[in-house]
Write a protein that binds this ligand. Structure first.
Ligand code: PLP
Length: 396
């Protein structure tokens, strides 16, 4: 017999994957340049040269075989050391190598943390709009997802709107800033208010509510936006980080969990993270990538190309009459469907070979996500299609 729920998950692809795979097929038929594929968050900026040079040098070195070998489950000691040092240089957070657990990206990091916190009846609070896989990860960990609706006035986090969703079963809340899909960076003020709320509720319920900070877009910010480092605001924060976006390495699968030493039951929590990872068959994160990061932890992305796309799309679409959320981070632009449902609008766009994701699964059914991680030429060439689409919608 086959597990029906797993079959459902494997058969019904996410709406992002569905559009992305459609785009690949269409590109093979009519040429890549004729498909405006804004569906998936695949970085369009090349990895920093230092990353590629280091990978090549490691693969050619006399130590190549060691670079391909197993590392300890939690990660290579020098890689953990390098990341802890980099975190301390940036945030003065007192990170130690032993507070880190390397994973195959942010997705398994989130699964391991949710697994570590999954007790009978556990709930995790998710703020809309959200990365749709959160609900899949929570269910996989045996947790109930509790969704806080989006505040579409500003897409910011409002602690007072979160409060009613916290119950004695709340084990965790996932915060994603810069946010996928809105591109919004939560203000320090709003995060401080959330920290105060969580402290109060943790006291009231008699157990800590952990704040899971999912931050694959930490370094992708514009207009001088500041991304708060959550462990400095709330002691029970757990960081899930990824190099997928910041170093443009999504296929190489590297990220980590950071449990700050001041977190309540921190050592036990990290052991449970390792246990949850182990239970899912985790052996070690990709070894070559760990050895690369031991040497490249201080490298940062060049966000200029994303910024150019962001402004070109935001300015043009706003001028055409679209209601757009101005992104300060990540590489997405959220627009409200000008008329009819977002799903319908996405279908209309698809007929013109423009692929944008309806955000029902992100908890924002009236909106669509445009991935701005494409070439500038694609942005420029797609603009007349966006214009045509809104003109047609307005004429209906
Ligand atoms: N979290 C968010 C908000 C994301 O957007 C993504 C990927 O797009 C992930 C987690 C998963 O990233 P990774 O490739 O590191 O598993």
């Amino acid at each position: 017999m086959i597990n029906e729920e797993k079959k459902r998950l494997g058969t019904n692809r996410s709406c992002i994957r569905e559009l992305f795979e459609y785009g690949m097929k269409k590109a093979a038929e009519i040429g890549r340049e004729n498909v405006f594929d804004f569906s998936i968050g695949n970085p369009s900026v090349p990895s920093p040269q230092g990353v590629n040079d280091t990978i090549a040098a490691l693969a050619r070195s006399a130590e190549a075989q060691r670079m391909h070998g197993y590392t300890p489950a939690s990660g290579a000691p020098d890689a953990r050391e390098a990341v802890a040092q980099d975190l301390n240089e940036r945030f003065a957070c007192g990170a130690r190598a032993r507070d880190l657990f390397f994973t195959c990206g942010a997705a398994p990091a989130l699964c391991a943390v949710l697994g570590a916190l999954s007790v009978e009846g556990a709930e995790t609070v998710i703020l809309a709009p959200f990365f749709p896989e959160y609900t899949v990860f929570a269910a996989g960990a045996g947790m109930k997802s509790v969704i806080v609706p989006a505040n579409t006035a500003d897409f910011q986090l409002h602690a007072e709107e979160v409060a009613p969703y916290l119950t004695p079963h709340t084990q965790a809340i996932i915060v994603n800033s810069p946010n996928n899909p809105s591109g919004v960076v939560y203000s320090a003020e709003s995060l401080r208010a959330l920290a105060a709320l969580l402290e109060g509720k943790s006291r009231e319920f008699g157990h800590p509510i952990y704040l899971i900070s999912d931050e694959p877009y930490r370094e992708l910010v514009y207009d001088g936006a500041e991304v708060s480092f959550l462990p400095l605001l709330y002691r029970n924060s757990i960081v899930c980080y990824s190099y997928s976006k910041s170093l443009s390495l999504p296929g190489e699968r590297l990220g980590y969990v950071y449990v700050p030493q001041q977190a309540e039951d921190g050592a036990a929590l990290l052991a449970a993270v390792a246990g949850a990872a182990r239970a899912s068959g985790h052996v070690c994160a990709p070894s070559l990538m760990q050895h690369m990061i031991a040497r490249c932890a201080a490298l940062r992305p060049d966000v200029e190309a994303y910024d150019r796309n962001r402004l070109a799309l935001y300015n043009a679409l706003t001028a055409y009459g679209y209601e757009c959320v101005r992104p300060q981070g990540a590489f997405y632009l959220l627009i409200r469907s000008p008329r009819g449902s977002a799903r319908e609008f996405s279908e209309r766009a698809k007929r013109k070979n423009l692929l944008i994701v309806p955000c029902g699964d992100f908890g924002c059914p009236d909106y669509l996500r445009i991935g701005t991680c494409v070439s500038y030429e694609t942005v420029q060439r797609s603009l007349p299609v966006f214009k045509e689409l809104i003109e047609e919608a307005n004429a209906r």
